[in-house]
Design a protein around this ligand. Structure first.
Ligand code: ZN
Length: 133
């Protein structure tokens, strides 16, 4: 059976896909990239925390120009997931200003990005509008 690997290391796959952040134990600031010291307080102690999968669109850009091979337009957004800012694309929606709005309720979703020669599938994440929108 072919495996799945997350496109980014902070994406956790499985039955309950979610993102993980490093949280500064001193001030609670959260980061998705590896760091040696907290950008807010210079603390050096972090713990791994689960990030909420439901969020609201805080800002977005409709991208109409991208590198070859990347389908455009798409919606690049910053989503507030219960206080944690997450960058991701909004998927499953028409990429127009009429269909994407600030404060829109979205939910984390995962989807295959591609398969390598060994049959291992790379999985990325995005946000899709919640049903009750
Ligand atoms: Zn800190």
């Amino acid at each position: 059976m072919a495996g799945h690997i997350p496109l980014v290391e902070y994406l956790v796959l499985g039955d309950d896909p979610h993102l993980e952040a490093s949280e500064c134990t001193a001030c609670g600031a959260r980061f998705f990239d590896r760091r040696n010291a907290c950008a807010s307080c210079s603390g050096t102690d972090f713990r791994t925390v689960r990030v909420a999968t439901d969020g609201e669109v805080r800002s977005f850009t409709i991208v109409s120009l991208a590198a070859p091979g990347i389908a455009v337009p798409f919606v690049a957004a910053v989503v507030d997931c219960d206080g944690t800012s997450v960058r991701g694309n909004v998927v499953g929606v028409e990429p127009t200003p009429e269909h994407v709005r600030l404060g829109m309720k979205v939910r984390l979703t995962t989807f295959p990005i591609g398969v390598d020669g060994e049959g291992t599938e790379a999985v990325g994440y995005g946000f899709t509008p919640q049903e009750a929108n």
